[in-house]
Every structure is written in C-alpha cells, then in structure tokens.
Design a protein around this ligand. Structure first.
Ligand code: IPE
Ligand code: IPE
Ligand code: MG
Length: 240
C-alpha cells in the first residue's frame, strides 16, 4: 500500500487568505467596503461547506497586523463588518455547534469589537462539531515574537530551563496551542505569497492558489480546492 492511500482525503484544518475584496469592488466601480461585505458572504458559504465536507477547523485571515495602515475609513468599516458578522451569525454557530476562536494581537482591536468577540467565543466554547478561527490583527512574526517573549519571561522567573526548549515547547507558547496545524492553505486573488500568515503552523501544509477573487469564492470553488487536495501526496520528507 502506498503512503498516500493512508492519508485522509479531506483536510482536517483548512486555512484561508481571503484576498481580493478590494479588486472585486473596484471592477464594479464600487467602494472597497462593498467588496468586504461580499467577502463576508463567501466566509459564510465556506463555513457551511466545511461542515458539509467534514473539515473540522477553518482558520481565516480576516485582518493582518499590516492592515492597520489602510485608510481609517476602511479599517473602521472592516471592524464594524466584523461586529455585524459576530452578531448576525452567532445563531448559525449555535445551530451547527461550531466553536469560535480567535488568533492574533486581539488587544489591538477596538474595545467594542473585542468584547463582542470574547462574548461569542465564551458562548460557543463547548461546541466541537466545527471550529471557526478568526485571525485578527494577526501576524506570523508577531505571534512568534510574543511566544519568544513569554518563554524568556519563564526562563527569567526560573520556571523553564533553556536547555529544554524544543519545537513542542515553542508551539505550546503560540496563540492557540491546542489547534492542529493547517493541512491545506488556500489563497484567492492570484497573489503568490503568505503575507505573514501562520508562518510556524504552515510548515507542512499543502498550498493552493487561485485567481478567483474572494467574493467569488463560494461552495463550488471550495469543493474544487478540496478535490485538488485529495490528489496531493504529502511526503513530510520521506521518500516517495
Ligand atoms: C482582503 O481583500 C481583505 C483584507 C485584507 C481585509 P483586500 O482588501 O486585500 O482586497 P485587494 O487585495 O485589495 O483586492
Ligand atoms: C492578506 O491580504 C491579509 C488578509 C487577507 C487579511 P493583504 O491584501 O493584506 O496582503 P498583501 O498586502 O497583498 O500582501
Ligand atoms: Mg489584498
């Protein structure tokens, strides 16, 4: 039996860089926020598709540490869209028993957004039928820097012997240590880069890039991506 025959055909954890909202809106002569709103519909569609296909974890890059430099009206528009999403879609999370989690420098979010986020996280904490992880004010390097700072503080306090630091203990200090690494990364809109997303966790993920802009990425496009994943042969450094 070949190694690939043993590999699950459905990724347990899918990570998505939801890119192209602005270009989608510009093509229609509409403001960028119109694209972000349409992008929120794609998130709803992909979340439903995850349930239908049996994907346990969905992590979406919703706002990066770098996105704070965008014009103030776009940033505030994105923040209010996020609040709307949390309010409007909370019932879907309950109906489908989906747990909400967040990753990133959440302390940088406006208080009203953070409070709403924390409220829904607490309200869904016991669900395990699915997991939706919002990456917010997230940066891969920031996450690693925060982990290093936490580890260094433990060393200084005499709680941790530097000789024992290994990959496992570093991973244990990342924002969501209990979430398995993504198996599959999707980036829409034709850009071929990571843009500082999950640098540590994506070490062995399969990558999928599509020209489709995020607001056009719905159930059918997601199913197509999963079909491509099923054809991949993950080797993890072993021989073919
Ligand atoms: C992705 O779409 C959403 C966020 C980064 C918040 P963009 O806003 O980056 O859209 P493009 O890349 O400019 O088309
Ligand atoms: C990455 O998209 C961040 C999110 C999707 C939230 P960007 O549009 O910010 O990335 P760059 O600027 O093209 O690298
Ligand atoms: Mg972009």
């Amino acid at each position: 039996m070949s190694a690939s025959a043993d590999q699950p055909k459905v990724p347990r954890h899918v990570a998505v860089i939801m890119d192209g909202n602005g270009r989608w809106a510009e093509k229609r002569g509409r403001p960028r926020l119109f694209g972000h709103r349409a992008g929120a519909e794609s998130l709803r569609a992909v979340l439903r598709a995850c349930r239908d296909h049996g994907v346990e974890y969905l992590t979406v890059y919703a706002f990066s540490t770098e996105n704070w430099v965008r014009p103030a009206d776009e940033v505030s528009g994105l923040m209010s869209l996020l609040k709307t999403f949390l309010k409007k879609d909370e019932h879907e999370l309950h109906e489908n028993q989906v747990r909400l989690l967040a990753t990133g420098r959440l302390q940088d979010l406006p208080d009203s957004v953070r409070e709403e986020l924390e409220r829904v996280i607490a309200a869904t904490r016991d669900y395990r039928k699915g997991n939706l992880i919002l990456a917010l004010s997230y940066g891969g390097r920031a996450e690693i820097a925060d982990a290093v700072r936490a580890i260094a503080a433990k060393v200084r306090a005499g709680q941790l012997d530097p000789e024992t630091i290994d990959e496992k203990s570093i991973a244990a200090h990342l924002y969501l240590p209990d979430v398995p690494d993504p198996d599959f990364l999707i980036r829409t809109s034709g850009e071929l880069r990571l843009s500082n997303f999950l640098l540590w966790q994506l070490s062995y993920a399969e990558f999928y890039f599509t020209e489709t802009l995020w607001p056009d990425f719905r159930e059918a496009e997601f199913a197509e991506a999963l079909a491509e994943y099923a054809r991949r042969h993950r080797r993890y450094g072993a021989h073919a």
